[in-house]
Design a protein around this ligand. Structure first.
Ligand code: PNS
Length: 166
């Protein structure tokens, strides 16, 4: 029997957006197994904790039987080695993403025998980024169509908590 092809969709997912889910869903239709790997390195200021981000992804991906969600700390290539992952799947929104993504892909393939597969973001999500969703939502803009409904509710709750704390 041929080996099952397991790939990873890595990211911070703070929070997961419809653009992320588009890439995960398309990866799930191309490959046998997809691991959504939520980066838990404590380098950036996050709105949601690692556990919250993982839980959100699990809920959002529950109808995709060949997708599982895990957290990872440290190097992505170490996670790939430990989980028999053959490729990293990344969405490319625009040419501006390409410079940094190419650099990361080449660094990763210098660290381990791992391919990076770039999937063009669907046009309706080409402007979408978690950071912009948070910023727009924080100023009261409508982001309801950009994230799953339950994520939208959690985002509003968290931003309201933050406002009360200030
Ligand atoms: O959603 P993001 O913030 O663009 O995700 C970036 C992520 C988590 C995929 C990237 O920062 C990463 O792979 N971090 C793990 C640490 C690592 O392996 N760094 C070397 C990358 S060449």
């Amino acid at each position: 029997m041929p080996a099952r092809r397991r790939v990873v969709c890595p990211g911070s997912f703070d929070p997961v957006t419809n653009g992320h889910l588009d890439i995960v869903g398309r990866a799930a239709s191309l490959f046998d197994e997809v691991v959504v790997a939520v980066g838990v390195n404590a380098s950036k200021n996050r709105l949601f904790t690692a556990d919250e981000r993982i839980e959100m992804l699990r809920t959002a991906c529950r109808d995709l039987p060949n997708v599982r969600v895990d957290g990872f700390a440290g190097l992505l290539t170490d996670f790939c080695r430990e989980h028999d992952i053959v490729a990293i799947v990344k969405g490319l929104r625009a040419v501006s993403d390409f410079d940094y993504e190419l650099q990361m892909a080449q660094m990763n393939s210098s660290l381990a025998p791992i391919e990076t597969v770039f999937v063009p973001t669907s046009p309706e999500y080409s402007f979408l980024a978690s950071s912009l969703v948070k910023e727009v939502a924080a100023f009261g803009g409508d982001v309801a169509g950009l994230v799953p409904g339950f994520v939208h509710d959690l985002l509003r709750e968290r931003l309201a908590e933050r406002t009360r704390e200030q």
